[in-house]
Design a protein around this ligand. Sequence first.
Ligand code: FCB
Length: 462
Amino acid sequence: MISGPQSTPGVAPAPAALLRFPPGFLWGAATSAFQIEGSTSADGRGESIWDRFCRQPGRVAGDGTGEPACDHYRRWPEDVALMARLGLGAYRFSVAWPRIFPTGGPPLNQKGLDFYRRLVAALREHGIMPMITLYHWDLPQVLQDQGGWAARDTALRFAEYAALLFERLGDEVPLWATINEPMLITYAGYAGRTKAPGVGRPRQTLAVAHHLLLAHGLAVRAFRQIIGRSASIGMVLNLRPCHPASRRPRDVRAAQLLDTLTNRLFLEPLFRGRYPDLALHFFHRRFVPLPAAPGDMAIIAEPADFLGINVYVRVLAAASNPLMGARQVPGPGPKTAMGWEIYPACVSEALALAREYTALPLYLTENGAAFADHPGPDGAIDDQERIAYLRAHLVEAHRAIAAGADLRGYFVWSLLDNFEWEDGYGPRFGLIYVDYTTRARRLKASAQWYAEVIARNGVPME
Ligand code: FCB
């Protein structure tokens, strides 16, 4: 049972204006394994690329590591109880591949699987729909040693890992996301160096993107064989609406280029079975190879059931030197603690972009913001900025639904304050505050507000 208003903390009397969402709209929150679990060597877990990356000096702010993060691996019952208190309809979390297959492939580490079995069972007992992300960036280090996502074999290994989870958890998990944000994996992890594995080889760009897409397609095929149509599967893309910084044709072209390289490089193969010409041309001129084999594009375009969209920012693009063609310039709006411009229309624009390619159901699988939250003298965390942020972005989601988008759900990033990758433990994205000395959890004002949104299936407009 999903808890109603009575069991929800601090529900105010019905507000005058309520922006109602469609009946059955799924209200969720999201996390990922490496960002919250800790216990990175417990119960036979293997090393991941993020464990290795965090140990390299200067990679992560404050030398943060995945240990102990939010200690969710041990405190998960408390976290599920908090989710139930908020009345969450769904919880999106990721499975750590190195807990299942510590060396990338069989044999199975049963204790690792058992952790997720228990979590899924507890969620279901509380009426919270589990949504599993199969890959949220924590590749087994063993596979990276063999080339990681630049190697075709990693896509085949991923399909094997995915199939194991479909077999073991397929009956209990209605929503499955294959890969989270292939764009950031490609550009920040392989072409660039800011995220694990931090390779820094632009010539790997297309190989990595292609193998991630191939991994997705192979997993969708395995899903159909093992689970069929009784559950749903899709990829999660982070879409960034791209705007020209001025009306000058060179800036307009720069925006088109960034839009193509970041958004359409993934949308077009998934939904049209081909790469955008502009991207192929761009990479060809830079001697970036595309290692596609015959039949790959059909695998990549294997029909999925939904598209997950993570949305945080828009991009303002200006022309730059001929080598790069485009650069990003800062937007004029107010900023979050990440320095990201607050631009709520990014939600409706990202949904419109997705609808250019697909009529599939859509989920906003991540949206949220970091602010400098700290407990007041009474211990309360009054994060009004986050409430304003969530409200403004939900208004845009509602606008998109009114315009015809088949949007089925919304997941706040994040349930808990957690390890924010190369930025360490500085940025706090959670609805729930985590004290990093004691690991104690405390609901922020935004959590109470979100509980009210869920209970009313609508957004109070005051
Ligand atoms: C997204 C990631 C997620 C989190 C948010 C802030 O790109 O998917 O893990 O770091 O950004």
